[in-house]
Design a binder for this molecule. Structure first.
Ligand code: TYC
Length: 103
């Protein structure tokens, strides 16, 4: 029995891919200089909030120091943070948004 051939069957089983993309929080930081109305306008313009939603987020950041604005995939979060911070800088305000990974 020296001519035995081993037949290897290809492994065809695949594993289900159930991983979801990681999400990133966009966080608004309070400061003492940016006017409230300006913060509301930026939240409406960049984050597509209604005036009521934007007011709520602005007031939470004002009172507590920071507020989570929304969660997005990394690229969208970074783009929105850059757009929002640019609006503040162009207008001469220190308005700051940051992003951090969720969990
Ligand atoms: N604290 C600011 C003021 O009193 C308003 C403000 C609110 C600024 C929220 C930034 O994230 C902010 N004019």
């Amino acid at each position: 029995m020296s001519d035995q051939i081993t037949i290897v069957k290809p492994e065809t089983r695949t594993r289900a891919r159930t991983e979801r993309p990681r999400l990133w929080k966009v966080i608004l930081l309070n400061d003492d200089f940016t006017p409230r109305e300006f913060v509301v306008k930026v939240l409406q313009g960049v984050f597509r909030m209604t005036e009521g939603e934007a007011l709520g987020v602005m007031l939470t950041a004002h009172r507590r120091g920071a507020c989570v604005v929304a969660v997005y995939t990394k690229e969208v979060a970074e783009t929105k943070v850059a757009q929002a911070n640019d609006r503040g800088r162009v207008a001469g305000y220190p308005l700051t948004f940051t992003t951090e990974r969720e969990s």
